[in-house]
Design a protein around this ligand. Structure first.
Ligand code: SF4
Length: 72
């Protein structure tokens, strides 16, 4: 999956890092960044996206570009 953090929305709650520590980390500004989009299972990455309080994480299927999260 393609994993994107909208850094204008992230407020550094680090919930995503608890859910998926090999995929996300906080940078020096305490904003999340993607360090390895393949560092965890898709299920765990989806959980990380769902628990982000500011909905800063979006996910797309590799190749098709189909939106996985958030969906309307
Ligand atoms: S859970 Fe959301 S707000 Fe918190 S660090 Fe991760 S991306 Fe940022």
């Amino acid at each position: 999956m393609k994993v994107t953090v909208d850094r204008t929305k992230c407020e550094g709650y680090a919930k995503c890092i608890q859910a998926s520590p090999k995929v996300f980390k906080l940078d020096a500004k305490m904003i999340a960044e993607v360090i390895d989009p393949k560092g965890d299972t898709d299920e765990k990455i989806l959980l990380a996206a769902k628990i982000c309080p500011t909905k800063a994480i979006s996910l797309e299927e590799e190749g098709t570009g189909k939106r996985v999260f958030p969906v309307d």
